[in-house]
Design a protein around this ligand. Structure first.
Ligand code: NZQ
Ligand code: ZN
Length: 390
C-alpha cells in the first residue's frame, strides 16, 4: 500500500433474518417526525410496508411518506420529496427499498435545509453540504449498489440527459444504520437479481483495475469476486437459496462501502459510460454496466496487462502455463464473459433501447475519470460506445 488515507465507516449494520426488530433499537435515537421513503410498491406487496409502519407507530413516530421513488430517481422527484420533508419538519428519513430509494433519501437529506438548488449545487458543481443534514436509516430490499453503507447518491435529470452520482465526502451522509435481511431480496425478479449481482461485481472491478502497487485491497477484492461468482451461480439456478442470497447481500455491502478503495486509485469508467447510457435509456443500472463492460475492458487491457493477467489467474483460475501475458489476460475476460452470459445479463446497449444516433451524446455525457489504466479521450469513448451496440 503506497497511498495515504483515513478510514471511517459509521453505518451500523444489522444483518440476517431477524434484523428488522432492531428498528426498535434505532428509532428512539432520532426525532419524532419521520419521513418513510419507498419505491413503486414492492414493499406493499411483500408485507414489509405494514411491518415497518407498525414499528414506527409502536415507537410513537409522527410519519409522513414519500412514495413512488422510481428506479434511477429523478431531480423532479427530489424536489417533490424535499417539499414533503420540509412541510413535515422532518427529523429522520427512513428508506425502505433498493439502491434508488436509499440514494434518494441521502439526496433529500442534504437538500431539505439547503438554500440553493440541490441539482446545481451537488450534481453539477459537486459541492458539499454547508447546511444541516438529516439522518438516514435504511431497510434494504435489493443487494447491489452498496448504498446502504456509503455516501453515494445518484440522481438523473431526464431533460438534460444526465445521470450523475455524488459520493459525498462527509461520512455523516452515510446511513446511520442499515437493516440487511437477505429474505427481503427473495422476491426480486430474476432480471433485478442478476443486475444487482453484476453491479456488485463491477464495483469491485472498478476499484481493482487500477494501480501497480502491491495492495491489500486487491487481495480483498479477489476474495469478494470469487464469493460473488460462486454464490451467483447457485442463486441463478435456485433464486430461493437463502445462503447464496445472504452471501450476495453481504458481498454487495463490502464491495462499495469504501473499504476496498483505500490506499489506491480507482477507475470507475464502466460506471461513467453506463450512467450516460442510463441517462439516455432509463435502463436498469446493473444492465447498463454489463452492456458496456467488455468493450471497455478489452480496450484498456493492453494498458493494464499485468492486472488483467492476475485477474485471470486469481479470480478465474486460468492456467498461465505456456501462455503469453496477453493470452492469459484475454482468457480471463473470456471466462468473465461466459459467466455473464450464464447469468443472462444484457450484453449490448441496443437491448436497453439505445440507438446508434445516440452514440455521440452518450460519449459526450460520459464523465472522464483519471484513476484507471488509461485516461480516455472523446474519440476512444465514441469508439467504445459504438462497440456496445448489438
Ligand atoms: O420500486 P419498487 O416497487 O420497490 O421496485 C423496485 C424497482 O422496480 C424493485 N425491487 C426492489 N426490491 C425488491 C424489488 N422488487 C421485488 N422485490 C424486492 N425485494 O427493483 C427495481 C429496481 O430497484 P432500484 O432501487 O432502482 O435498484 P438498485 O438497488 O439497483 O438501485 C439502482 C440505483 O442506485 C444507483 C444507480 O445508479 C441507480 O440509480 N447506484 C447507487 C450507488 C451508490 N449509492 O453508491 C452506486 C451504484 O453504482 C449505482 O450507481
Ligand atoms: Zn453500480
Amino acid at each position: 500500500m503506497l497511498g495515504n488515507f483515513s478510514y471511517c465507516n459509521p453505518t451500523k449494520l444489522y444483518f440476517g433474518e431477524d434484523s428488522l426488530h432492531y428498528l426498535d433499537t434505532e428509532l428512539p435515537k432520532y426525532g419524532q417526525n419521520v419521513v418513510l421513503i419507498y419505491g413503486g410498491g414492492s414493499i406493499k406487496k411483500s408485507g414489509l410496508y405494514d411491518e415497518v409502519v407498525k414499528i414506527l407507530q409502536d415507537n410513537g413516530k409522527n410519519v409522513a411518506e414519500i412514495a413512488g421513488v422510481m428506479p434511477n430517481p429523478t431531480v423532479a422527484k427530489l424536489y417533490e420529496g424535499v417539499e414533503i420533508a420540509r412541510n413535515h419538519h422532518a427529523d429522520f428519513l427512513l428508506a425502505v427499498g433498493g439502491g434508488s430509494v436509499c440514494d434518494y433519501a441521502k439526496a433529500v437529506s442534504v437538500s431539505v435545509h439547503c438554500q440553493e438548488d440541490p441539482w446545481e449545487k451537488y450534481y453539477l458543481r459537486f459541492e458539499e453540504p454547508a447546511c444541516e443534514t438529516l439522518p438516514v436509516g435504511c431497510v434494504l430490499t435489493l443487494a447491489g449498489t452498496g448504498s446502504e453503507m456509503n455516501a453515494g447518491a445518484v440522481i438523473t435529470n431526464p431533460d438534460t440527459k444526465q445521470k450523475i452520482g455524488h459520493v459525498f465526502a462527509d461520512e455523516k451522509i452515510m446511513p446511520k444504520f442499515a437493516i440487511l435481511n437477505p429474505k427481503y431480496t427473495l422476491s426480486l425478479p430474476h432480471y433485478q437479481m442478476v443486475a444487482g449481482i453484476y453491479d456488485i461485481f463491477n464495483h469491485i472491478c472498478e476499484q481493482y483495475f487500477s494501480g501497480e502497487d502491491d495492495n491489500t485491497s486487491d487481495y480483498i477484492s479477489e476474495g469478494l469476486m470469487r464469493s460473488v461468482i460462486h454464490s451467483s451461480r447457485i442463486a441463478n439456478k435456485n433464486p430461493q437459496d437463502y445462503e447464496a442470497r445472504s452471501n450476495i447481500m453481504w458481498a454487495a455491502t463490502w464491495a462499495l462501502n469504501t473499504l476496498v478503495s483505500r490506499g489506491k486509485s480507482t477507475d470507475w469508467m464502466v460506471h461513467m459510460i453506463g450512467q450516460s447510457v442510463g441517462a439516455y435509456t432509463n435502463a436498469t443500472h446493473g444492465m447498463t454496466l454489463s452492456a458496456v463492460s467488455l468493450p471497455y475492458y478489452r480496450h484498456i487491457l493492453p494498458y493494464g496487462l499485468q492486472k488483467f493477467q492476475r485477474f485471470a489467474v486469481n479470480v478465474w483460475d486460468v492456467d498461465p502455463t505456456g501462455k503469453d501475458g496477453r493470452q492469459v489476460a484475454e482468457e480471463g475476460l473470456a471466462a468473465m464473459e461466459g459467466w455473464m452470459r450464464e447469468l443472462g445479463l444484457v450484453m449490448n446497449i441496443s437491448e436497453l433501447g439505445a440507438t446508434p444516433d445516440m452514440a455521440e451524446g452518450i460519449a459526450s455525457g460520459t464523465i472522464v475519470m483519471s484513476g484507471g489504466y488509461k485516461v480516455l479521450n472523446h474519440e476512444e469513448i465514441v469508439e467504445i460506445v459504438k462497440e456496445c451496440f448489438a
